[in-house]
Write a protein that binds this ligand. Structure first.
Ligand SMILES: Nc1ncnc2c1ncn2[C@@H]1O[C@H](COP(=O)(O)OP(=O)(O)OP(=O)(O)O)[C@@H](O)[C@H]1O
Ligand SMILES: [Mg+2]
Length: 512
């Protein structure tokens, strides 16, 4: 007999529905699986055979053929087991076939027949809903993320025996149950702890307000890591759509636990500087999202930027430009969103003390040049805001004055971000943050007055700004105007934005 079931596979964050057709008849025992299945999917046969045997369903006198359709979609992962086992039960007459058809079934089986949790359940359910599927059955351990998808009857299952009993109408599977959202942990890292460093604080606020990438350069212990960790706390709240996207990415990465619901907190990722290219941008088996995608809608903090492998840094260029990562594979492509805020930190020289006023830096000029050259021009070009941190003065550390808290800064950031979102909603521009504005958007929302234009022309001459850097100055100037609530970009905004291109200005070279 022939029975069919519905399941799904992932290519990046995009799920594709897969129809499982199982034909079973008496004959010499065979178990074939066709339809562009990767090794992990083919292993399914072993698990399904064993799990069925636990139910007393033996395939020792059966010819079983499994076809996965459509044949041109590459099937990856171990989540096909449940659908194959269910369709096999239908094909063998052990369960009613109409109870199996039409429902999305995802889950990996153990040899004993327990249903194991799976990566990527959330995007699979979202795709099923989009395609009009009305029912789904997922592993019980994925209950929390499954409950985020409404408009679909989602049930959870713990074992194949439980599924069989439900398919035969002897019992009912429980609905996916929602758990509390994970909310931003604001109390932990607050800007109130940061003393002095007014320029870096300002740069952090600008970066947060417009979504601009930021580079901090300063001696050891000046507060670079400290400031970067406080950035998520001043970013605007995630929209519902962003929260769902962030949760889906973490689901595909296998980072959601049963107790985690919707991720409301802005991601903060700080990979070690030994991170590989695949670790950073994604790939490998699956493929899995890299740090740039795990940081989507949040912050990617690259400490010790100059120590990161060249290849890994260069691989950042494309996602930083496009806001998505595309991973080419033998059959088609996988894409993950990667619209993130990059924060880099580095010392001004190999020993770290250059320009701190104590004169203890003994780095030779060529070593300093080689150190800086590790962060290539094209990458620097993609960083809108550069800031130099001086050493923290004792007076600032000992004085009574504490810094402004994150709550107050976030209120200003929220206001500036709301202005940008409204411009986008009105259709004036094609991006919801200034950092992502296109060239034509800039003409429309950041036209220069005569003074601003003169100033910028002079800066291009003096600093040799690239066309990309020119656009970045305009984007940052727009953010400065938005922080003030000013309708037009004025000369003061342009001047401050040029001042934030420290590396182009060669200010560090002067310090050397
Ligand atoms: N501006 C500051 N205000 C208050 N404390 C500070 C400040 N800067 C540094 N500190 C103290 O010094 C510690 C180290 O700071 P942090 O790790 O941010 O330095 P860093 O600039 O990242 O140094 P490195 O270059 O070595 O990575 C902090 O945990 C904090 O206790
Ligand atoms: Mg540090």
């Amino acid at each position: 007999m022939l029975a069919t079931a519905l399941t799904a596979t992932l290519a990046g964050l995009q799920a594709h529905l897969v129809r499982v057709e199982v034909e079973a008849r008496r004959g010499p025992p065979t178990f074939e699986l066709v339809g562009l299945a990767e090794a992990a999917v083919r292993e399914s046969r072993v698990r399904v055979r064993s799990a069925l045997a636990q139910l007393g369903v033996h395939l020792s006198e059966c010819q079983v053929i499994v076809n996965l359709a459509p044949a041109d979609v590459r099937k990856t992962g171990s989540g096909f087991d449940l659908a194959i086992a269910a369709a096999a039960l239908g094909a063998l007459g052990a369960a009613p076939r109409d109870a199996i058809e039409g429902a999305l079934l995802v889950g990996e089986l153990s040899l004993e027949g327990t249903v194991q949790p799976l990566r990527g359940v959330l995007p699979q359910l979202l795709e099923a809903r989009r395609r009009g599927v009305a029912r789904a059955i997922v592993p019980r351990a994925n209950s929390a993320e499954a409950a985020l998808v409404d408009g679909l009857d989602v049930r959870t299952v713990g074992s194949l025996a439980e599924l069989l009993s439900a398919l035969c109408g002897r019992s009912e599977l429980p609905r996916a149950a929602a758990v509390a959202e994970t909310s931003p942990a604001r109390a932990l890292d607050d800007l109130v702890d940061v003393r002095g460093q007014s320029a870096a604080r300002r740069a952090l606020e600008i970066a947060a307000a417009g979504g601009h990438n930021l580079l901090m350069i300063g001696p050891p212990g000046s507060g670079k890591t400290m400031l970067a960790r406080r950035l998520p706390g001043i970013l605007p709240a995630l929209t519902n759509e962003q929260a769902l996207e962030v949760t889906a990415i973490h689901s595909v990465a296998g980072l959601l636990s049963a107790s985690r619901g919707l991720s409301r907190a802005r991601p903060f990722r700080a990979p070690h500087h030994t991170v590989s290219e695949i670790g950073l941008v994604g790939g490998g088996d699956g493929p899995r999202p890299g740090e740039v995608s795990l940081a989507h809608a949040g912050v990617l903090f690259l400490d010790e930027l100059a120590e990161i492998r060249r290849g890994a840094l260069e691989a950042l260029r494309q996602p930083l430009e496009d806001g998505v990562v595309t991973i080419s594979r033998a059959h088609g492509k996988a894409t993950f969103p990667a619209r993130l805020l990059l924060v880099g930190a580095m010392n001004p020289c190999p020993c770290g003390w250059l320009g701190d006023g104590s004169g203890r830096c003994a780095c030779a000029p060529e070593r300093i040049r080689a150190y800086r050259a590790k962060v290539s021009g094209p990458l620097l070009d993609r960083i809108d805001v550069h800031v130099v941190l001086p050493p923290v003065e004792v007076a600032a550390l000992q004085g009574p004055a504490r810094g402004e808290g994150s709550e107050a800064v976030r209120a200003r950031v929220e206001r500036a971000a709301a202005i940008q979102r409204e411009r986008h909603a009105r259709g004036e521009v094609n991006a919801a943050t200034n950092a992502a504005l296109g060239p034509r958007d800039l003409d429309r929302v950041a036209p220069l007055c005569a003074d601003g234009a003169r100033m910028l022309a002079a800066a291009v001459d003096r600093l040799g700004l690239s066309a990309r850097a020119y656009g970045k100055v305009l984007r940052v100037a727009r953010t400065l105007a938005d922080l003030e609530g000013a309708a037009a970009v004025g000369p003061a905004h342009v001047a401050e934005a040029i001042g934030l291109r420290v590396l182009d200005r060669g200010a560090l070279a002067a310090a050397a």
